[in-house]
Design a protein around this ligand. Structure first.
Ligand code: ACO
Length: 380
């Protein structure tokens, strides 16, 4: 009897959630009932994090209390800075991110508790510290001293401040905030699923988030934004885009980075917003090269995919590449920036997982040999 195999767990519902929902046919994403298109324009990353961790948006009083509760956690313990200094300067910054989370677990005397109060405490600490250690590693690898966080700034502003040591403009802070909101949560994506699967063993929250960081790093997931930028740099100009894309599509199994999604069959709503942000930044900065190359890539992909009758559209990583480039971030920082946002969604899922846990333990269909007789080592 043949058994059904859901390779890549495609189409499998592993649990229930109240956190977010994607309608891949309509191109809609909601966080607890609120459309991402509205949230991205109107709510800050702190507001959205509160929403993801609670039932609804905060009142002004709740938001102030929540923002204040994050601030004592901005500063990194000395051990984390030491570990970041020990890392090779040319290592991928996601190794630094994953290691920093793991080390934070090691130095937290209460790391083990999976009761919701403790997980909430860890959530506040990690959400506040992700920007701090991503920025600290970026400075250390460039031979600069880390910049202490400024408790007057929000997460988006603080991140930019700790990277450069200069107070960011309101415009740059707002763009950063929109990017964080758009990347905060996205259902049962690979890294969130990994976080929940690890948490389902009732191990500690740091272990779950360390594993999630490893998952996000992959080029088929959060690593795609850096891969898109790498491609744009390699292509170099608008007139060379078509050849580049066609070469990939003509090679067996070729994937153009930043396109396609397991759930969306129409344009990812986050890509629509980031496309507009990228367009605005290109106009403001007068540097439209990256945006124009992206548009051309989208045009060629649309044409080729339509010929093949496939629904492969730009995903969130596609236009975030040109946005981050125009904000001045080095390419290998794109995925760590994604992590600065996604810690919010990962923690929301850990609350759900620990609150109603069932060990994740799927099966596999065995297709290997059977009935072999053992031969002693000397007889093989
Ligand atoms: N370029 C070219 N063709 C593609 C692409 C792409 N980027 N994505 C999908 N396709 C085509 C495939 O060739 C496949 O065609 P086939 O059925 O004839 O073999 C069809 O569309 C379905 O593709 P799958 O890879 O089977 O779809 P899956 O759901 O497994 O993959 C994934 C989704 C991994 C995101 C894929 O689209 C991909 O590799 N994209 C590039 C990497 C990327 O941008 N990842 C970021 C995703 S968003 C995020 O994680 C934040």
């Amino acid at each position: 009897m043949s058994e059904t195999i859901y390779q890549g767990l495609a189409g499998v519902n592993v649990d229930r959630t109240q956190i977010s929902h994607i309608d891949g046919l309509k191109g809609e994403l909601i966080y607890r009932g609120y459309d991402i298109r509205e949230l991205a324009n109107k709510a800050s990353f702190e507001e959205v994090t509160y929403l993801l961790w609670n039932d609804d948006l905060p009142t002004q009083e709740q938001l102030s209390a929540f923002s204040e509760s994050l601030k004592p956690h901005y500063k990194l313990p000395a051990e984390i800075i030491e570990v970041l200094r020990l890392m090779p300067k040319d290592t991928h910054p996601m190794h630094a991110v994953r290691t920093a989370v793991s080390m934070l677990g090691a130095v937290d005397a209460d790391a083990e508790g999976v009761d919701l109060d403790n997980i909430h405490r860890i959530g506040l600490s990690l959400t506040a510290k992700f920007p701090s250690f991503v920025a600290a590693f970026e400075r250390i690898r460039n031979g600069l001293e880390p910049v202490n966080p400024d408790p007057e700034l929000n997460i988006a502003g603080n991140f930019l401040y700790m990277l450069t040591g200069e107070k960011p403009t309101e415009a740059a802070t707002n763009v950063m905030d929109v990017a964080l909101v758009l990347h905060a949560e996205h259902g049962s994506n690979a890294s969130t699923f990994v976080a929940r699967a690890v948490a389902s063993t009732l191990t500690d929250g740091y272990s779950a988030i360390t594993a999630a960081c490893g998952s996000l790093k992959g080029p088929l997931h959060g690593g795609a934004n850096a891969a898109v930028m790498g491609a744009l740099e390699k292509i170099g100009s608008v007139d060379k885009v078509e050849d580049y894309v066609m070469n990939i599509l003509n090679s067996p199994g070729g994937r153009v980075m930043g396109f396609g999604h397991r759930v969306y069959r129409v344009l990812d709503p986050r890509a629509i917003i980031l496309k507009e942000v990228s367009h605005n930044l290109a106009e403001e900065s007068g540097d439209s090269k990256w945006f124009e190359m992206s548009l051309e890539m989208e045009r060629v992909m649309d044409r080729e995919m339509a010929k093949k009758g496939k629904q492969v559209k730009p995903n969130v990583d596609f236009f975030s590449a040109s946005v981050y480039r125009m904000l001045g971030f080095p390419t290998d920082m794109y995925t760590p920036i994604f992590a600065v946002a996604r810690i919010s969604g990962w923690m929301a899922h850990l609350y759900e997982q620990y609150a109603d846990n069932k060990l994740m333990r799927p099966r596999m269909v065995y297709e290997g040999p059977v009935g072999r007789s053992f031969k002693a080592l000397a007889d093989r």
